[in-house]
Design a protein around this ligand. Structure first.
Ligand code: IMP
Ligand code: MG
Length: 167
């Protein structure tokens, strides 16, 4: 495995995203919605740099299983527990690949009438993502490579690594 983004670079980026969120949400109490399982490491680092009051919830979508390519058939495996209506929501994703998952979540959350909805993603694969909306807080744009570490898995392994690697 080859190192792709070092732990130091990740931490710098997470800190700078958190500073922007601290500024943008001053006086508000956003709900961070982490997308399980991959985003749990990014979310847990991110919120420790957040200085405003905030709430946390999680949702889980069906994963790739042991494959490296999305089937495009997304199912909800864990629903939200929080009340979205009238709240400022920040969805926290590890990586956007085809964009199918994030589109699915965006529609799902918008249907519950939040006051606002923004998206934070650590990684975006630039060649494949075909999005008709912007990612509000983006860490890194990367090549079309399968990456692991920092919460990202292949067949459930490697989530524990501090850096991001190309498999
Ligand atoms: P999308 O629906 O194709 O955008 O896929 C997004 C989800 O697939 C992410 O939330 C990840 O869980 C997973 N995923 C996509 N690319 C990778 C990768 O390179 N490594 C690990 N997981 C990935
Ligand atoms: Mg994910």
């Amino acid at each position: 495995m080859k190192i792709y983004i070092s732990s130091e670079d990740i931490q710098k980026k997470v800190k700078s995203i958190a500073s922007r969120i601290n500024r943008d949400y001053k006086g508000k109490i956003p709900i961070f919605i982490g997308v399980l399982n991959g985003a749990f490491v990014f979310l847990s680092d991110l919120i420790r740099y957040i200085k405003i009051d905030c709430e946390i919830d999680f949702l889980k979508l069906s994963s790739y299983g042991d494959r490296k390519i999305s089937t495009g058939n997304i199912k909800m495996l864990k629903e939200l527990n929080c009340e979205v209506k009238g709240r400022d929501i920040i969805v926290v994703e590890d990586i956007i690949d085809s964009g199918l998952s994030i589109k699915f979540m965006k529609t799902l959350i918008e249907n519950q009438k939040p006051k606002s909805l923004k998206i934070a993603a650590l990684l975006l694969k630039k060649d494949i993502s075909n999005l008709d909306f912007k990612i509000d807080y983006l860490g890194f744009t990367i090549e079309n490579k399968f990456v692991v570490g920092y919460g990202l898995d292949y067949a459930q392994k490697y989530r524990n690594l501090k850096a991001i690697y190309v498999l």
